[in-house]
Design a protein around this ligand. Structure first.
Ligand code: MG
Length: 215
């Protein structure tokens, strides 16, 4: 068949945003972000084409809210290694403000497997460890399907996520069990579209080239 016709998207060169993406951060302009504490302008450091966690400044989140999406995001753990395990280049990308895809310097550094880079934190480890060295840029390409809820508040279909880390598949359509918990079993609560949130875990992790396509 010929109809409907397929929409044309001009791909970006390399890792640049394709024509139908919303650029969330281009390395200079953080105006699409706000402090998750109080909605004020983010207090992270904006320098050298990246935004970097400032310890104590708190998480930052997008002003816009999202449902299903494709997200491209690049991150960098500090070149200077100061700690081990969860204390080394820890941050995180909270999909819809509640489901954490772990950001961590897992290059030749062990921690619990379901807490290393590319894990859905405390739920499932990545399929492999595709880390580059600390100080080098890492890429996550994420395909996310939001959960659907029934009218009575129960889950119709859980959230699902596929993640490529530096082009290597680390999550393959994983069924998210519920909001990220540090301890205890996750349990879904009804929600609508929600922001992307980046974690301040006290380590100066940097982000750049963030773009999203609503699906
Ligand atoms: Mg984290």
């Amino acid at each position: 068949f010929w109809e409907p016709q397929v929409r044309v998207v001009t791909p970006g060169s390399g890792t640049a945003a394709p024509s139908d993406a919303v650029v969330l951060f281009d390395g200079k302009d953080a105006s699409k972000w706000e402090s998750a504490k109080d909605g004020s302008a983010p207090k992270w450091e904006l320098k050298d084409g990246a935004m970097t966690v400032v310890r104590g400044a708190g998480d930052v989140r997008t002003k816009d809210k999202f449902g299903d999406f494709q997200l491209h995001i690049e991150w960098r753990a500090p070149e200077k290694v100061e700690s081990q395990g969860q204390g080394r280049g820890n941050s995180g990308i909270f999909l819809q403000d509640r489901y954490e895809l772990q950001v961590l310097d897992s290059y030749q550094s062990r921690t619990y497997s379901n807490g290393q880079a590319g894990s859905i934190y405390k739920q499932t480890p990545p399929l492999v460890n595709a880390m580059r060295k600390p100080g080098e840029w890492q890429v996550y390409d994420i395909v996310y399907t939001a959960p659907r809820f029934k009218e009575d508040g129960s889950v119709f279909s859980p959230a699902r996520v596929t993640v490529l880390h530096n082009g290597v598949l680390v999550q393959n359509n994983f069924e998210i069990k519920g909001p990220t918990e540090y301890i205890g079993l996750p349990k879904y609560k009804v929600h609508d579209e929600a922001p992307i949130r980046l974690q301040d875990h006290g380590n100066p992790v940097s982000y750049r080239n963030i773009w999203i396509r609503k699906l």
